[in-house]
Structures are given as structure tokens and as C-alpha cells.
Design a binder for this molecule. Structure first.
Ligand SMILES: Cc1cc2nc3c(=O)[nH]c(=O)nc-3n(C[C@H](O)[C@H](O)[C@H](O)COP(=O)(O)O)c2cc1C
Ligand code: SF4
Length: 508
């Protein structure tokens, strides 16, 4: 087994990261409604910097109000936001952790538009259609969109550039373009979504034009020395609901896009997949029905064509198998074709926490790892073999031996982790101590994903929070053990509010 690759610095053109672990973007809705940040965001990012990751990639940060996915996320749409981002830079840099801000525009793929993105028609509050490359609604929620005019395209390109300039002014270490997962840039790139008949639609070259012009405008704004990377869905698998839709960009399209990005001055690529978010293949794992049954109702007021249908599907467990038939189709198909290119060490019984194993046995956990770790690795290597800039790959990583092997065998230069670090913020410190895996690892259950709409982001699976053995317990003791686990989980989730923001009395 290869060793110690994780702790080698990663050298980009103008940025050095101390190790190969990046915290991938994970959106939590704990900022202020008006798009200003607060102490909870500082606390959240601090957890991962303290936990040893080499760099943090922020959650998606809207470059404009119209491009916001949900309210209560911090934005970078005006200069007044710069001091907040300076605070974040200051907090994480104390741990020699770098901070890369993810610039994003939702396009048609909003979740909750918020009052600023509504219009009142005959006394009814309705979502204002979102700018996109199509007037066809997104597949999951079905929120309205329109094909925007060229003048608006040019304006959005400038919004991206100005936002990058603000990130630089705040002392952050770089920016990432959110050009994956079905958001606006991906709506341009995608052969399945883009319906334009002009210079920005049709051929791959035309579909790439929007991203190219964003990269050029950013370079003009921030110069050549500021780190710029792009997150790309290297296979789109767009054929979800209904399954007879076109499947979208192929790996060949992605190779070409990545080569153009390199030519145009992008410093690194972040490899992902899927033409929407969430997607049956990203984050991999089960659809979080139980959590969405509790949280998804918040979407009904957002006016998506499919929101009410989805509420009904998630509300009644007897309908879940029907939804699963559609949602689970791609994972079933892909898992039949996909073979893990490499293996980590076999999980040893003594590596896992004894209470955790009462809920998920060592064998069951090994199967979860085999299924969900490194899901995009094989395709990432195809990209890596076709470009000369470093790549970072996302998708289920949480085992040191596996990550070391992936880097040593040239599949990727670094890995990004989202859920696996949400479960164990200090995973890198476990690796430093020679552990191959955290004792209570992430189970890929996706409850955190389901929670994000309504609850503070954190790990929600109870299996990871038991404080004592549940073997041979009476009914009432067993209930007590469950309750203790719930309390431990809530304490962990709510720790993001500690320390709390300082109250402030405005001047008279
Ligand atoms: C709750 C949640 C929120 C996410 N938010 C973002 C986001 O804002 N931007 C993004 O590019 N990816 C986002 N992702 C995707 C992750 O960054 C990551 O690519 C994906 O979850 C696979 O990594 P993992 O298996 O380590 O979770 C999110 C994932 C989760 C679970
Ligand atoms: S809820 Fe916890 S265990 Fe489940 S996927 Fe999220 S972080 Fe992992």
C-alpha cells in the first residue's frame, strides 16, 4: 500500500496547499436572510480548518441576489461583504488552511427563491422566473425559468468577475467556479439543458463560450496570479425524471471542456458529476426519504411545478418505492457497470467504535465503502490523463489507505470530502495519528442532505451517536439509549452556534 501521499503538499500554479485533503462545498443555511454572514459560518469553517484539512472550498456563494439558491446563505454580491470574508480568511489561516470561495449562480435551479426573487401577480406571491438557457423547468422541483437575452449574459459574466475581485480583496486564496451540478454555468455547458440557438448554444464550443468569457473576465479582474479552479460534472447522467430525457454531456465532451479551461488559464479542476443537484449519483447513497418527509414541505411555497408532487411522494412511505423506481434507476445501472479501480485496506473490526458496530457491522460498513468511496475515480483519471493541471476529485473518500493509493496510482492529485468531513470534522487528524478510518465513519445515508432545506447542517444519522451499548436492554432502557443518542446528535449539530454572535445595539 502506498503511504503518506495525503500529507505531501499540493502545488498549483500560484497556490500551495499543505496536504491533499480539501473540504468540499457543503451548504448550510445559517447566515442572515439578507446575504450577510454571521458567527455561525465562522464557527463552521473553523471546525474544518482546526480539523486539519489543507484547504476549504466554501459552500456555493451567490454572485448576485437573482443567482441565489436559497436565502440564509452568505453572498459575495457587493463590496460590503468583503469584511466578512476577511474574517473567514483570518479564522482559517491560523491553521495554515487555505480558503477557496465557490462562485455560483443558480440559474433555473433555485431551491427557495426568497422574497426578493418573487413577483406579485393578481395579489398572489409567485417565484420570478430565473435566468437560464432554457424555459424548461428543472427536473426535480420544476421552478420557472426563461432564456435570457445576451445583454443579461454579459452582465452575469461581469458579476462573476467582480465577485472574484472581492474574494481576492478579502485575502482569500482562490475561487472555484461552480460549473457543475446543473447550476447556471452547467446549464450553458449541457447538451441536455441548453436550448439556445445563438453563439451560446448548439455546438460544444458555443455552449462553452459563457464559461470561457467568465474565465477571461475573472483573469482581467484578478490577474494571472490568483488561484482559479472550476468544478465540472464530467458525466451528466441527465436522464432522471423522466428517464427518456437526453443523458447530456459525455466524458469526451468533458475532456474537451477541461482542455479548453486549461488553455484559458484555469489552475485546477474539481471533478464531479450530475446535471442536477441532488442527483441519484451525487452525493451517492440512498435518497433521504425520512428526512425529506420532515423538511421538504418548505419547498411547496416556492412554487415549483413539481414541489407539491414531491411533498406527496415523500409524505407517504408507501409511495417511496414508486419514487425509488425512478430515482434508483441510474445507481442500479451504473453500479452494474462500474468496478472499483483500487482498494483500500480491509476494514478491521477493532478500527470501528463498539457502539457504532451494533448499528452497522464491520462487514456492512465495508460494503458501504466499496460502493460509495471513489465513485468518480475511474473517470477522474481519464481527465487527469488529458490535462496538465492538477485535479481534485470528489465522491465518498474517507479512508487514508484508499486516498494514498488513488494519489500514488495517478488517479487524482487531491481529494475533496463533503459528508465524510461533516461526520468527522477532524478526519485528517485521525489520519495523522496513523488511523485508516474514523471510529464512527460517515455511513453515506444522506440525512444531512435532506436536512439542509430546513435544519442546521450537520450529521443526522443516529447510528453514529449512541453513548452506550443497546444489547440486552429493556424496552424503557432502549428508549433511553435512543434519547441519549438524539441529545448527542443535537448537541453536535448545534455546536455550530458556539460561540454565539455578539449582540449589538445600533446607534440612535
Ligand atoms: C448538504 C450538502 C450540500 C452541498 N452543497 C454543495 C455546494 O454548495 N456546492 C457544491 O459544489 N457541492 C455541494 N455539495 C456536494 C459536495 O461538495 C460533494 O461534491 C458531494 O457531496 C460528494 O462528496 P462526499 O461523498 O464527500 O459527500 C453538497 C453536498 C451536501 C451533502
Ligand atoms: S448524515 Fe452523517 S452519516 Fe449520513 S451522510 Fe450525512 S454526514 Fe454522513
Amino acid at each position: 500500500m502506498a503511504s503518506n501521499e495525503i500529507f505531501q503538499p499540493l502545488y498549483f500554479r500560484h497556490l500551495t496547499v499543505k496536504n491533499r485533503v480539501f473540504r468540499s462545498s457543503v451548504t448550510g443555511r445559517w447566515d442572515n436572510y439578507d446575504g450577510s454572514g454571521n458567527q455561525a459560518r465562522v464557527n463552521w469553517e473553523n471546525k474544518f480548518a482546526k480539523g486539519g484539512v489543507g484547504a476549504i472550498i466554501s459552500s456555493y456563494v451567490p454572485i448576485s441576489l437573482e443567482g441565489r439558491i436559497t436565502p440564509n446563505v452568505v453572498m459575495i454580491d457587493c463590496d460590503e461583504r468583503i469584511p466578512f470574508w476577511q474574517t473567514i480568511a483570518e479564522a482559517v489561516h491560523r491553521y495554515e488552511c487555505k480558503y477557496i470561495l465557490q462562485l455560483s449562480h443558480a440559474g433555473r435551479q433555485r431551491d427557495i427563491e426568497g422574497i426578493e426573487n418573487t413577483e406579485t401577480i393578481r395579489s398572489q406571491i409567485k417565484p420570478r422566473p430565473a435566468p437560464s438557457t432554457t424555459k424548461t423547468e428543472d427536473q426535480v422541483n420544476g421552478l420557472p425559468s426563461y432564456e435570457m437575452p445576451i445583454s443579461q449574459i454579459k452582465k452575469i459574466i461581469q458579476d462573476f468577475a467582480k465577485a472574484a475581485g472581492r474574494a481576492k480583496a478579502a485575502g482569500l486564496d482562490g475561487v472555484e467556479l461552480h460549473s457543475s451540478h446543473g447550476y447556471l454555468i452547467n446549464q450553458f455547458l449541457s447538451s441536455a439543458i441548453n436550448e439556445r440557438n445563438d453563439d451560446y448554444g448548439g455546438s460544444l464550443k458555443n455552449r462553452y463560450r459563457f464559461l470561457k468569457e467568465i474565465v477571461q473576465a475573472i483573469r482581467q479582474e484578478v490577474g494571472e496570479q490568483f488561484h482559479l479552479q472550476a468544478k465540472i460534472s464530467i458525466r451528466e447522467f441527465n436522464n432522471i425524471i423522466p428517464p427518456w430525457q437526453p443523458s447530456g454531456n459525455t466524458i469526451e465532451d468533458a475532456i474537451q471542456i477541461c482542455q479548453w479551461l486549461e488553455e484559458d488559464g484555469v489552475d485546477a479542476l474539481h471533478i464531479s458529476r450530475g446535471s442536477t443537484f441532488p442527483h441519484p449519483l451525487l452525493p451517492s447513497g440512498p435518497f433521504p426519504y425520512r428526512m425529506l418527509r420532515y423538511t421538504y414541505d418548505t419547498m411547496t411555497s416556492s412554487g415549483g411545478k413539481n414541489s407539491f408532487r414531491n411533498v406527496i411522494f415523500f409524505r407517504y412511505p408507501w409511495l417511496w418505492p414508486l419514487f425509488e423506481l425512478i430515482w434508483g434507476r441510474l445507481p442500479r445501472k451504473v453500479s452494474r457497470r462500474y468496478k472499483q479501480p483500487i482498494q483500500g485496506l480491509k476494514i478491521q473490526d477493532q478500527w470501528l467504535d463498539e457502539y457504532f458496530k451494533e448499528h452497522i457491522s464491520t462487514e456492512e460498513f465495508q460494503q458501504l465503502l466499496n460502493k460509495h468511496q471513489g465513485t468518480i475515480l475511474q473517470d477522474a483519471k481519464t481527465i487527469k490523463d488529458n490535462v496538465n493541471i492538477p485535479i481534485i476529485t470528489t465522491g465518498g473518500f474517507q479512508q487514508a489507505s484508499y486516498i494514498n493509493q488513488a494519489i500514488a496510482d495517478g488517479y487524482t492529485d487531491g481529494v475533496s470530502m463533503a459528508r465524510t468531513l461533516v461526520a468527522n470534522n477532524d478526519l485528517v487528524h485521525h489520519f495523522e495519528k496513523g488511523k485508516d478510518i474514523a471510529p464512527r465513519p460517515c455511513t453515506y445515508c444522506n440525512e444531512c442532505l435532506g436536512a439542509y432545506l430546513e435544519l442546521p447542517l450537520g450529521c443526522y444519522t443516529l447510528d453514529r451517536f449512541y453513548q452506550r451499548s443497546i444489547k440486552n436492554l429493556s424496552r424503557s432502557e432502549s428508549k433511553k439509549a435512543d434519547r441519549e443518542a438524539e441529545v448527542a446528535r443535537t448537541r453536535e449539530v448545534m455546536s455550530v452556534f458556539d460561540p454565539p454572535p455578539k449582540p449589538y445595539v445600533p446607534p440612535m
